[in-house]
Design a protein around this ligand. Structure first.
Ligand SMILES: Nc1ncnc2c1ncn2[C@@H]1O[C@H](COP(=O)(O)OP(=O)(O)O)[C@@H](O)[C@H]1O
Ligand SMILES: [Mg+2]
Length: 249
């Protein structure tokens, strides 16, 4: 497994946000993580990419409540649960965060270059930029526009484009379609399929269960911080209790 999460739990104060989660992503897979709002999907992605540990360090010296982390995370053959977030990025485990967060005051091209900041090889940067522009031609058209003035869909694409600039071995994408019009949503999903077919391993968090179940190799369902089901989309959809109770279908 490229990513292996074993018995991971996360507490914010007394609240257990992640409850003994074990899951994994194999090289080349497109794995989805679905579940109701507040299930802990973003927290799990932030745990995997070292951001919860970073937040824990930040808040240790403040009056905030205590954050506690347990369990093991292995990426590319090495334990990472104690590795700092910036080093996790360097190893190729990248998060495109939810609610599209490009730096709003910067141009599109500058935002993309931030994604490539760890790459020294100029040719490699050019190659990645070409790839991003091919996937998202609108970013090329608007490369000198200030990011904050892009439409919601374009900012979402920029967030994914920026993540792609850093040579991800595993790209975690948090709710890329949320808040977009249906046509744009379809386009975002199409692009994610293309990213996957480029050979990039993807862990996708989404609300739009029917669509992701069709594209993902495997899926995990998270509810109240627990993985309550795992498998191929058609198999999961056969389970009526799961559909009704956890997927709202
Ligand atoms: N920094 C935080 N401090 C305390 N509680 C949090 C924090 N971030 C998220 N939560 C809570 O953790 C739960 C899971 O949130 P989240 O991971 O954002 O869920 P999802 O992404 O599945 O909607 C929610 O109940 C949320 O209110
Ligand atoms: Mg979320």
């Amino acid at each position: 497994m490229l990513l292996e999460v074993s018995n991971v739990s996360v507490w914010y104060d007394k609240a257990m946000l992640i409850n003994n989660v074990s899951m994994g992503v194999d090289q080349g897979e497109l794995v989805s993580l679905v579940g109701p709002n507040g299930a802990g999907k973003s927290t799990l992605l932030r745990t995997i990419t070292g951001l919860v540990a970073w937040e824990k360090d930040l808040t240790k010296r403040s009056s905030h409540g205590e954050i506690k982390l347990e369990g093991q995370i292995t990426f590319d053959g090495e334990r990472i649960e104690k590795v700092p977030a910036h080093e996790i990025v360097r190893r190729g485990l990248i998060l495109a965060p939810e609610r599209r967060r490009p730096f709003k005051e910067m141009t599109v091209i500058d935002n993309l270059m931030v994604g490539a900041y760890l790459i020294r090889d100029k040719a490699n940067i050019e190659e990645n930029l070409e790839k991003v522009y091919q996937l998202f031609p609108v970013l090329k058209d608007r490369s000198h526009q200030i990011s904050g003035t892009l439409s919601g869909g374009e900012q979402q694409m920029l967030a994914v484009g920026r993540a792609l600039m850093s040579n991800p071995k595993l790209l975690c994408i948090d709710e890329p379609s949320t808040g977009l019009a249906p046509m744009l949503r379809a386009e975002v999903f199409q692009r994610i399929k293309e990213i996957s077919s480029l050979g990039i391993t993807v862990l996708l968090v989404e609300q739009e269960v029917t669509t992701v179940f069709k594209m993902a190799t495997r899926n995990y369902v998270l509810s109240a911080g627990k993985i309550i089901a795992e498998g191929k989309g058609d198999k999961l959809l056969e389970n009526e209790l799961l559909r009704k109770t956890y997927l709202g279908m």
